[in-house]
Design a protein around this ligand. Structure first.
Ligand SMILES: [Zn+2]
Ligand SMILES: [Zn+2]
Length: 307
């Protein structure tokens, strides 16, 4: 098939539009969409110093490349990347190599922090010591370091590679679980509870479907060898939600986007009904927390772990 815009060979067909895209037009179109998300939602403004959470996966690579393209010649916006080495033997080295290479290529400052240096423990250690309730812990630890380091490096925003699929899965799962407060946090700049130690998060890829984010990375020659965490288990609720949304998208193209728009419309009403979660300061480490002890201190100093 030929590109609907220039008659070159097409690489992608966007079903909800009925348009074919060649490589050039596809790349331009994705960048235009991200720019629009950023400007419509005022995600980034002059004077911002943006920390990009960069794992080396496809979404965060796409994010890094696009933000660099949009802002590299703008003297009023600074970008840098943060990579967290979780200490998973099977994949840390490869990941670090990949992330360093891309940052060097794009000439972006790159900071690497590790679970080992921050917590004195790797994910491999954690897995060995904890019997149950492990999976998900690395996400808690990772978000904690990302926020802390972004703040220490004077970032004004923390950008993550969440795409349309991630966001719509979260919407459905929160509804199914009855977790409406979280539904109030949907969107490209979720309102976190106010705490002076929180760096605001932004999701510039929120309107980009996963397959398009993947293709963008591939067309930019990002190798697609990111392995799944060896300790992850398949959450059946998430698995079924993915299938459900993908099936709907197949028969009714554009459904993920309209679900996101619906969530935006519901959001103000939910925000009114639910008071902001009270936020405190962890009595052990001084980071923001909803309880006396934050989840990281809870995890690292819990009896199951120390035993
Ligand atoms: Zn074209
Ligand atoms: Zn703490």
């Amino acid at each position: 098939m030929r590109c609907s815009f220039c008659k070159n060979k097409s690489v992608y067909y966007r079903r909800n539009e009925g348009n074919y895209y060649c490589k050039n037009h596809f790349i331009k179109n994705i960048e235009k969409k991200v720019k629009r998300t950023i400007s419509q939602n005022k995600l980034i403004k002059n004077g911002d110093r943006i920390a990009i959470a960069f794992s080396g996966g496809k979404d965060s690579s796409t994010l890094l490349i696009i933000l660099n393209k949009i802002f590299k010649n703008n003297p009023n916006i600074e970008l840098f990347a943060i990579t967290i080495d979780q200490g998973i033997k099977l994949r840390s080295n490869e990941m670090l190599k990949k992330t360093k290479k891309l940052c060097k290529q794009l000439n972006i400052d790159h900071y690497i922090f590790s679970f080992k240096d921050e917590f004195g423990i790797t994910v491999d250690d954690l897995k060995r010591k904890m019997k149950t309730g492990f999976c998900g812990s690395c996400g808690i630890l990772r978000r904690y370091i990302l926020n802390k380091k972004a703040r220490e490096l004077k970032a004004t925003k923390l950008a993550t590679g969440h795409n349309l699929d991630d966001e719509t899965q979260t919407i459905i799962m929160n509804m199914i679980r009855g977790d409406l407060l979280r539904l109030a946090r949907v969107g490209p700049m979720p309102i976190l509870s106010r705490h002076k130690k929180f760096v605001p998060r932004i999701k510039p890829l929120i309107e980009i479907p996963e397959e398009e984010s993947k293709l963008y990375a591939k067309l930019n020659k990002i190798s697609s060898t990111q392995k799944k965490c060896p300790y992850s288990y398949d959450d059946p609720l998430r698995g079924n939600t993915i299938k459900f949304l993908n099936n709907l998208e197949k028969t009714s193209p554009g459904i993920k986007n309209s679900l996101l728009q619906s969530a935006y419309k519901i959001k103000p009403f939910i925000k009114d009904k639910f008071k902001q979660e009270k936020i405190r300061t962890c009595e052990i480490c001084g980071e923001p927390s909803s309880q006396k002890k934050c989840r990281v201190c809870e995890l690292l100093y819990s009896s199951t772990f120390m035993a």
